[in-house]
Design a protein. Structure first.
Length: 188
């Protein structure tokens, strides 16, 4: 069995491998948070304004070249702050990128850097109204949870590695277009 020539996204290519081996070709990942992680996240976000939407942002990435500029993230966070709680996530390795974002904001988003393990991250992203990140693990987890994602692809090709099923939300890094798209996704 040969690969499907329309399989450009890496997930579709893996599905082709499963199909060739006689496996299922489902792309519903069935990812769900566990109750203990939900309780932990509920405790962590209990001080967030419940009347606002939750936007989880990941400003870090394994490669600096995959990062959207800090000043763009700061302007985006400021533009969302009146009607959304903007929380930056990541590991301690992401702290310098988030510190740079925070230094450029007026609105003071929340930093959750180093406060979530993988299970809590899944629970947080399941509760988020929107996740904004570059080509990094959290955006793929959010896509697996069917959380709306806005992918900021600077170096890698979104057609190949965007949040699965959300290519239309990953085709621009223009700061003004990203703001418009973020507001549109939150209005849905």
């Amino acid at each position: 069995m040969t690969p499907d020539p329309k399989s450009i996204h890496i997930v579709d290519q893996y599905v082709d491998v499963a199909r060739a081996a006689g496996g299922a070709t489902l792309t519903d990942f069935g990812l769900q948070p566990i109750p203990e992680a939900i309780a932990s996240i509920n405790s962590l976000v209990s001080e967030f304004d419940p009347t606002k939407k939750l936007v989880a942002c990941h400003a870090g990435a394994g490669w600096a070249t995959k990062r959207w500029p800090a000043e763009h993230f700061a302007a985006l966070a400021d533009s969302l702050s009146d009607w959304a709680t903007v929380a930056f996530i990541g590991t301690q390795a992401d702290e310098p990128a988030v510190a740079e974002v925070m230094a450029n904001t007026k609105s003071r988003p929340i930093s959750l850097i180093g406060k979530t393990k993988v299970a809590e991250l899944i629970a947080l992203l399941a509760q988020a109204d929107l996740h904004i990140a570059g080509d990094t693990g959290s955006i793929h987890i959010a896509a697996g949870l069917k959380t709306p994602c806005l992918g900021l692809y600077t170096l890698t090709k979104p057609h190949r590695s965007c949040p699965y099923g959300q290519l239309q939300n990953s085709l621009t890094t223009d700061p003004e277009e990203v703001k418009i798209l973020a507001h549109k996704l939150l209005d849905q």
